[in-house]
Design a protein around this ligand. Structure first.
Ligand SMILES: Nc1ncnc2c1ncn2[C@@H]1O[C@H](COP(=O)(O)OP(=O)(O)OP(=O)(O)O)[C@@H](O)[C@H]1O
Length: 214
C-alpha cells in the first residue's frame, strides 16, 4: 500500500479478566479512510484511545509516519486531529475564541482565516460569540468537530462524529471527510452510521461478535 501513514499492530487490551481487543492490526494510507464498526461495547473507542495513546494497550503499538503515536508528544500533535467521545470546552471562552485558541496553539498558519472558514462550514457563525454552555447538544458536537478541523493534520481520528448531528450535518460531514481524503489526509472513523461508513471509507474493520475484515 502506498504512503501508509498509520500502522497499528497487535493492539490488545484487557480490563480485569475480560479481553476487549485481541491483536488488532490495521493500516491507513494518506488519502484513505478506514472505518471501525461493531456493536456497543465491542471496543471501538478503546481501540481509538489505545491508538492515540490516551489509553495504554497491554500489547501492540501504533505508529504515525514511523513514530510511536502518542498525542501527548508535541511532534505527534502537529499531525493528529481527533474528535473523541466527549470534549471539554473552556467554559469562559466563546465559540470563536475557543477555535482561535486551538488553531493558534497548534501553530495553524492563517489561524484567523481558517477559523472563519471552519465556522462557516460547520454552521456556527451565528453563535460564534456565545459560550459553549449556551449551545445545543448538536451545536456542541459541531464545535467539537470544528476544533479538529482548525488544526493542522495528516491523520484524523473520529469517534462517532455523526452523533447528534442533524440530517444536513451528516451530509456535510460526509462531504467534508471525502474532501479531507482528497487533500491527502488519512481518516480513521468509528461510526454507527452505515451510510456514512459506506460513503467515506475505503475499508472497514469489524470488532465484536461478527468480527472479520472486509
Ligand atoms: N476503563 C475501563 N475499565 C473497565 N472496562 C472498560 C474501560 N473502558 C472500557 N471498558 C469496557 O470495554 C468494553 C468496550 O468499551 P468501548 O467504549 O471501547 O466500546 P465501543 O465499541 O466504543 O462501544 P459504543 O458503541 O457503545 O460506543 C466495554 O465493555 C466497556 O465496559
Amino acid at each position: 500500500m502506498a504512503d501508509v501513514l498509520l500502522t497499528v499492530r497487535g493492539i490488545t487490551r484487557r480490563f480485569g479478566d475480560r479481553t476487549i481487543l485481541s491483536g488488532v492490526d490495521l493500516d491507513v494510507a494518506a488519502g484513505e479512510a478506514v472505518g471501525v464498526v461493531g456493536p456497543n461495547g465491542s471496543g471501538k473507542s478503546t481501540l481509538l484511545r489505545c491508538i492515540v495513546g490516551t489509553d495504554d494497550a497491554d500489547d501492540g503499538e501504533a505508529m504515525l509516519a514511523g513514530r510511536v503515536l502518542d498525542e501527548r508528544r508535541p511532534e505527534i500533535r502537529r499531525d493528529l486531529a481527533m474528535v473523541m467521545d466527549d470534549i471539554d470546552f473552556f467554559p469562559d471562552l466563546s465559540v470563536v475564541e475557543h477555535l482561535d485558541l486551538v488553531a493558534r496553539a497548534h501553530a495553524q498558519p492563517d489561524a484567523e482565516e481558517v477559523v472563519n472558514v471552519v465556522l462557516d462550514e460547520v454552521g456556527l457563525m451565528e453563535v460564534s460569540g456565545q459560550l459553549p454552555s449556551t449551545l445545543s447538544s448538536g451545536q456542541r458536537r459541531r464545535l467539537a468537530l470544528a476544533s479538529a478541523f482548525v488544526r493542522p493534520r495528516r491523520l484524523l481520528v473520529l469517534d462517532e462524529p455523526e452523533a447528534r448531528l442533524d440530517v444536513d450535518g451528516v451530509e456535510w460531514l460526509g462531504r467534508k471527510l471525502l474532501a479531507e481524503k482528497a487533500e491527502g489526509c488519512a481518516v480513521l472513523l468509528v461510526s454507527h452510521d452505515p451510510a456514512l461508513v459506506e460513503r467515506v471509507c475505503n475499508r472497514v474493520v469489524r470488532l465484536g461478535a461478527d468480527a472479520g475484515d472486509d
